[in-house]
Design a binder for this molecule. Structure first.
Ligand SMILES: NC(=O)c1ccc[n+]([C@@H]2O[C@H](COP(=O)([O-])OP(=O)(O)OC[C@H]3O[C@@H](n4cnc5c(N)ncnc54)[C@H](O)[C@@H]3O)[C@@H](O)[C@H]2O)c1
Ligand SMILES: O=C(O)C[C@H](O)C(=O)O
Length: 329
């Protein structure tokens, strides 16, 4: 028997990430090739954005996706999030050249307070929320705190792009396929302070750290390349990453829903206190997923260098949280 459709809400649907994301969701890349989907698309209440959204929907229609069971356009989160099983919160103001992420904090905090409240009021009680819009961790934290009637664990932030960027750098360095790399971790904030950690990673069972055996490459090349990749893309394209961000969003939610079969992935999730990260801090952790639930990989040794890096990214997140505290009162 055919499965009942799942409702996927996407905000910022007429933006550049939306344009790479929606077609893949409708194609079955997010929830599986046997899972019908209904798209509920939110854009700002502005003629230009709503017209652009209409155009995107015309194109979606023109693909005649067999799995697409419906698509609707919204300007109000209260209708866009109605009964949503999945909510991809992409809409936010993107950072442009020369702009610091912190500059965006306050404006975006307003958006995520409203959207958290709307999710709380109308979404499925099991809704899985992924925040992509920057600053993603703090926006996810705000949405979570604005939705007290939903389980906090249902709110997540996207660090999968950092994870995928790190995988690709390691693959290039070792000359091995990306798919052969296991047990990579990315800790912290989706920002240049995040800490991509390949100390536990293996390729065909062999230690990546031992095969690379180059601490200077880790510190002076690998970490800065992954950390500054978003900025490098903005400098090269004039706008922030879009197709790779959409791809990471698909990876994040697909793995959360369908499971990783024991493989580690990185998700920004509310801390349960693991590794000394204060409870509820929206922090990137290595996780495995099964039956729609994620579990933090436990028992990893944190050496002095790693602790220093983790402290740095935690400090930034704590400061971001302090910066929006007044909005959550
Ligand atoms: N976490 C990550 O790894 C990652 C990676 C890349 C980009 N991003 C972030 O994703 C966000 C979107 O990027 P983009 O390139 O698609 O930007 P974009 O400007 O092309 O599109 C954003 C869209 O969101 C809409 N929007 C703004 N406020 C909204 C609201 N309150 N409700 C609904 N829609 C709203 C805008 O009208 C616009 O169409 C940015 O914040 C960007 O920094 C995150
Ligand atoms: O929008 C940005 O600041 C960059 C983006 O988060 C990215 O990592 O590509």
């Amino acid at each position: 028997m055919a499965k009942a459709p799942m409702r996927v809400a996407v905000t910022g649907a007429a933006g550049q990430i939306g344009y790479s994301l929606l077609f893949r969701i409708a194609n079955g890349d997010l929830l599986g090739k046997d899972q019908p989907v209904i798209l509920q698309l939110l854009e700002i209440d502005n003629e230009k954005a709503q017209n652009a959204l209409k155009g995107v929907i015309m194109e979606i229609d023109d693909c005649a996706f067999p799995l697409l069971a419906g698509v609707s356009a919204h300007s109000d989160p209260m209708t866009a999030f109605k009964d949503a099983d999945i909510a991809l919160l992409v809409g936010a103001r993107p950072r442009s050249a020369g702009m610091e992420r912190k500059d965006l904090l306050e404006a975006n905090a307003q958006i995520f307070t409203v959207q958290g409240k709307a999710l709380d009021a109308v979404a499925s009680r099991n809704v899985k929320v992924l925040v992509v819009g920057n600053p993603a961790n703090t926006n996810a934290y705000i949405a979570m705190k604005s939705a007290p009637n939903l389980p906090a664990k249902n709110f997540t932030a996207m660090l999968r792009l950092d994870h995928n960027r790190a995988l690709s750098q390691i693959a290039a360095k070792t000359g091995k396929p990306v798919a052969s790399i296991e047990k990579l971790a990315v800790w912290g904030n989706h920002s240049p302070t995040m800490y991509a950690d390949y100390r536990f990673a293996t390729i065909d069972g062999k230690s990546v750290k031992e095969s690379i055996n180059d601490d200077a490459w880790n510190k002076d090349t690998f970490l800065p390349t992954v950390a500054k990749r978003g900025t490098a893309i903005i400098e090269a394209r004039g706008v922030s990453s879009a197709a790779s961000a959409a791809n990471a969003a698909i990876d994040h939610v697909r793995d959360w829903v369908l499971g990783t079969n024991g493989k580690w992935v990185t998700m920004g999730i509310p801390s349960d206190g693991s590794y000394g990260i204060p409870k509820d801090t929206m922090f990137g952790f290595p996780v495995t997923t099964e039956n729609g639930e994620y579990k933090i990989v436990q028992g990893l040794d944190i050496d002095a260098f790693s602790q220093e890096r983790i402290n740095l990214t935690l400090k930034e997140l704590t400061e971001e949280r302090e910066g929006v505290k007044h909005l959550l009162a």
